[in-house]
Design a protein around this ligand. Structure first.
Ligand code: NAP
Ligand code: ZN
Length: 347
């Protein structure tokens, strides 16, 4: 079994540090990828610090992976050596349940296999993510990447991109709709770009006054500082759709008040502790509160193609692997514009 250099957290209190993993021997349907760039998602930090109470240590995070195909198994049809390819949050699923058949592998009834901290379906162990030199993956879970786009900016599309694209599509966001994107971070900045490209009127809802100019530069038509009473009053009962990307505890009812009658708020951000939602805030105005998890493989390819056609990539700050712990601290402080991406040549 091949040994691969990586970066891992050994416990919830230890910083990420070099570690060597063994990947499985390639199977006939496997695509082997040399990782060029890996985005840094807030979920990586939640996992490394075991904030959701489900981390198996050591954990090698990273699920926004772009690289070059270096080998393909004998049965692989969709990729060849030299192709630019991507791997997102999913590396396997049962492929037989109704959800998998419907292209909703992320909701696989048997449990999807996540790129890291996931259980391999053959019982061979835990999966390790993209803070690593290379990865192996069944060809059905590998994405085609347009190599004309800057690859560091494409990497975050594999999670931040699809996580925002999927609910915008599912709830048919488009022209004539008033959309609020809550939280301007990795997911939020992709949400703004995508909702604008889909034709919606987009408002950035942020608790950071310093982000107003950037929100407008990213394409938002309006900026609302959520701590400013007057600004909030002006958008109370206003939105058809709110996409909530906030990673920390916050009051859902406060934002439900910003929806108009029949409005929908979709949570994609996953704060570590559960929130309280008063029924009143949903009942008055027949409002819906929903959730959404990444997206299926077909939809992820559709999103990548949409981004290539609309010239959309993530705004990134490329970092060296050794600076990952500093990057986590800066992410917690809201100091990232708007996604850290690791240059894997530095590992
Ligand atoms: P991020 O880059 O750190 O952005 C989070 C944003 O939340 C911040 O930029 C900030 O925006 C806002 N925020 C932070 N603390 C806040 C507070 N105390 N009150 C109000 N707003 C606050 O994180 P990310 O990578 O975009 O991830 C966001 C969340 O989505 C994480 O919980 C992550 O685990 C989750 N996630 C879910 C899925 C899924 O499939 N559902 C996929 C990927 C990630 P402002 O400064 O503009 O307020
Ligand atoms: Zn992610």
């Amino acid at each position: 079994m091949p040994s691969v250099k990586s970066y891992a957290a050994q416990s919830d209190s230890s910083p990420l540090a070099p570690w060597t993993i063994t990947r499985r021997d390639p199977k006939p349907h496997d695509v082997q990828i040399e990782i060029l760039y890996c985005g840094v998602c807030h979920s990586d930090l939640h996992f490394a610090k075991n904030e959701w109470g489900m981390t198996v240590f050591p954990v090698v995070p990273g699920h926004e992976i772009v690289g070059k195909v270096t080998a393909v198994g004998s049965h692989v049809k969709k990729f060849k050596v030299g192709d630019v390819a991507g791997v997102g949050c999913l590396v396997d699923s049962c492929k037989e349940c109704d959800n998998c058949k419907d292209g909703l592998e992320q909701y696989c009834s048997d449990g999807p296999v996540f790129s890291y901290n996931g259980q391999e379906r053959d019982g061979s162990g835990i999966t390790y993510g993209g803070y690593s030199k290379s990865i192996l993956c069944h060809e059905d879970f590998v994405l085609h990447i347009d190599d004309k786009q800057p690859l560091d900016g494409v990497a975050p599309l594999l999670c931040a991109g699809i996580t925002t694209y999927s609910p915008l599509r599912h709830w048919k966001v488009g022209k004539g709709q008033k959309v609020g994107i809550l939280g301007l971070g990795g997911l939020g900045h992709m949400g703004v770009k995508l909702a604008v490209a889909m034709g919606a009127e987009v408002t950035m809802l942020s608790h950071s006054p310093s982000k107003e100019a950037d929100a407008k530069r990213l394409g938002a038509h309006r900026f609302v500082l959520t701590s400013d009473e007057e600004q909030v009053k002006a958008v109370t009962g206003y939105f058809d759709f709110i996409l909530d990307t906030v990673s920390a505890e916050h009051e859902y009812s406060f934002y439900l008040n910003l929806l108009r009658t029949n409005g929908v708020m979709v949570c994609v951000g996953i704060p570590p502790s559960p929130a309280q939602v008063p029924a009143f805030n949903l009942i008055f105005g027949r409002k819906s509160l929903a959730g959404s998890l990444i997206g299926g493989l077909g939809e992820t390819q559709e999103m990548l193609d949409f981004c290539a056609a609309h010239n959309i990539v993530s705004d990134v700050e490329v970092i060296a692997m050794k600076d990952i712990n500093k990057a986590y601290e800066r992410m917690l402080a809201g100091d990232v514009k708007y996604r850290f991406v690791i240059d894997m040549a530095t590992l």
